[in-house]
Design a protein around this ligand. Structure first.
Ligand SMILES: [Zn+2]
Ligand SMILES: [Zn+2]
Length: 378
């Protein structure tokens, strides 16, 4: 693209825009190669040389170096990406009303210079801001998006006045062998519903060459409904306000992330889980919520019923006359055992104690009814 190797700054950040030794004209030639569907055209400062009679002695178009650098499909994808960068990315300040703009910002890490390279359906232009000697810095925090893009926009908007908007590369991407795929940014594979549950790494839709497009689905994301009572898979009995979708990212040993320090891994992927299990095995290995599981009563209903029963039995024992001592003791023991269980949320612990108190209480009521009958009879 006209970028000869000795122009590339190899001592620092290398090729990144804004830090390399490219001149703006070389940069413009490179970007026009993209806009020109992948065909490089040598930048020229003249179009024709004519003699005194007006005969063409030199036609720039015939002598300039022109050759294909990359496929039209590649150029199309680059334009698509750079259009997004101006629409919603770092280059938004280069937007021109009613005109398609694609571009890329360049920001030097130590504010030595900033860059904006942009294109429209009509022109490519690059703009570099900096000092002759990089020892002189721009103001701290300068960026290609904030300093170079607005300047670029100011003169480009003027020369596009009255021009009709059109595509930068007017081609149907499908006919270029491209396909659109929604992929998971973590695995790089086709996104699943589970990937959509990861708020921090939402699936992205991108264009791919047909032969390079991913065909397998992401096997790293698992999204499960988790009940907070036990941090376990929610059941239909779990109350909605304790249930939320949690997205796990399964990191297998063959993934480079597997060997990352937790500090780095968990910063990028807070729900990362190192595992050798398949997705199905992982789900099967998860505990199901036992707090709210099992039976027709939810734990909260069971607890309420238990409290009511304790109150009812206590009232009865306080008011009834002639309760046999052994039965009274049994019921009091039942109540204290149930109260201990009620301090937790284990359905399986509360339920049998609730049943025992229910049974012992009805046994007492039966005995008392019998006693009354006997008394009346005697
Ligand atoms: Zn995924
Ligand atoms: Zn639950």
């Amino acid at each position: 693209m006209g970028a000869t190797e000795n122009k590339v700054n190899v001592d620092g950040a290398g090729l990144a825009l804004g830090t390399s030794g490219f001149t703006p004209i070389q940069m413009a030639a490179a970007y026009s190669t993209i806009a020109n569907k992948g065909v490089y055209q040598e930048p020229l400062s003249f179009t024709k040389v004519l003699d005194a009679e007006g005969n063409v002695i030199l036609d720039a178009d015939e002598v300039r170096d022109t050759h294909r650098v990359f496929q039209e499909s590649t150029a199309w994808m680059l334009v698509d990406m750079m259009t997004d960068a101006v629409k919603t990315g770092t280059g938004t300040k280069a937007k021109i009303t009613d005109m398609t703009v694609a571009g890329k910002t360049g920001t030097n890490s130590d504010y030595a210079s900033v860059y904006f390279a942009g294109m429209t359906p009509y022109y490519v232009s690059t703009l570099w801001v900096g000092h002759d000697y990089p020892i002189n810095k721009l103001k701290k925090g300068s960026s290609g998006g904030n300093e170079a893009a607005p300047l670029w926009q100011a003169y480009m908007a003027k020369i596009h006045e009255g021009l009709e908007d059109k595509a930068i590369i007017d081609a149907d991407p499908t006919s270029l062998g491209l396909v659109k795929r929604t992929i998971c940014p973590v695995s790089g594979l086709l996104a699943t519903d589970a990937c959509k549950g990861d708020e921090d790494h939402k699936p992205v839709t991108e264009w791919f060459l047909v032969e390079k497009a991913p065909t397998a689905y992401c096997d790293m994301h698992v999204t499960l409904s988790i009940c907070s009572a036990e941090n376990a898979i929610a059941t239909e009995f779990c109350p909605p306000d304790s249930v939320s979708d949690v997205s796990y990212v399964l990191i297998r040993p063959d993934n480079p992330l597997y060997n990352f320090d937790d500090e780095y891994l968990l910063k990028a992927l807070p729900n990362a889980v190192r595992t050798e299990l398949t997705t199905d095995e992982f789900i099967a290995s998860m505990k199901t919520c036992t707090v709210h599981a099992d039976g027709s009563l939810s734990i909260f209903e069971l607890k309420t019923k238990s409290q009511d029963l304790i109150q009812q039995v206590t009232d009865y024992l306080n008011t009834a006359n002639g309760v046999p001592q052994d039965m009274s003791d049994t019921l009091k023991d039942d109540i204290s055992a149930l109260q201990v269980a009620l301090s937790g949320y284990q359905y399986s612990e509360i339920e049998p104690l609730f049943e025992k108190l229910t049974n012992d209480f009805s046994a007492l009521q039966n005995a008392m009814a019998q006693q009354t009958q006997d008394g009346n009879g005697g």
